[in-house]
Design a protein around this ligand. Sequence first.
Ligand SMILES: Cc1ncc(COP(=O)(O)O)c(C=O)c1O
Length: 367
Amino acid sequence: MFELDEPYVGKEELNYLKEAIESGWISAMGPFVKKFEEKFAEYIGVKYAVSCASGTSATSLLCPTLKIKPGDEVILQSLTFTADAWAMHQAGAKIIFADCAKDTFSIDPDDVRKKISKKTKIISPTHLYGRPSKMDELREICDQNSIYLIEDCCQAIGSKYKDKMVGSMGDFNFYSFHNKLIASGEGGMITTNDKNLAERFDKLKNPPAVNRPEERDGFTEISMNHRLSNLHAAVGLAQLERLEQNIKKKIRMAEIYDKIFENADGINLIKEDEENRTVWWRYTILLDPKINVNKFKQKALENKIVVREGYLPLHKHPFFKEHNNLHLPNSERLGREAIDIPSSFKLKEDEIILIGQTLKKIVKNLL
Ligand SMILES: Cc1ncc(COP(=O)(O)O)c(C=O)c1O
């Protein structure tokens, strides 16, 4: 079966894990945590990287770290994973959903501009599937209006906008290591150049008794365990050391798929800007709306190929019912047409060709 994604765990991970276990340090206090954070910050090109238990942990601590208050407004990309919206909703922030720019998976700076108010505190683009957002424009908007720019880099570890790593342009940025370009079992990281934010995040991810004994008799705000263990950090470090090698394989995969699907009947592609480096967490095609998606999925499965629909835009979920009447045409189109296809860096070139050719044939027959 060709899965959408498969993590690779090799002997380097085993060696580091053995070292961690034999050292007796298996909790978050172990030395691999610091080492992983330092190497991560160096790789991204930022001053600070602070680990946490997951991308969701990072989003959960985002609002408390930035002192976002109930009623503050946050502008989020609607076409994305739920974690950011849940966390901001839980913190009492008012979520304003923005559309993607036409024929991109990235938040539309023009739509963002229209939605800014005096209460806007955060603009958060997601580098969806590893595709970098329009960072120059977003940075400018945030600077002009004193708004935090928060990059969701969960799917884009190692992607570059022009020559800058994603996660180095926002004020506070976050990553997931759950079956992403780095897969450490579970895990997350934030990056920032702001010492205060890094320290505040580090404080909030630890219960008071752990590293702030002075608070034993009087803590002042909620802080709960969102730490990464030494075991997960050991695996994460080994993966980080192999990351560039894997990114090369992903880029090659996308080149092969691009060639197969170019001019294919019933398949559209959203090409990436050549100035950027996309790490292709997932390679995504757009299916002609005439095609029955369930039939396509079934035929693909009969050929041992797992495919999956992209995201339903968040403003269309029943949970966000007060947003259901909002119309964001570009996100809604992508929500209907986007299909993720196998994108593991473990795929060999002949397998990528087989998958691409098979899917192309299936689509042609279903038209
Ligand atoms: C865009 C995005 N944001 C946030 C998350 C949350 O990360 P985690 O699964 O590590 O909690 C994910 C996870 O898939 C994601 O894809």
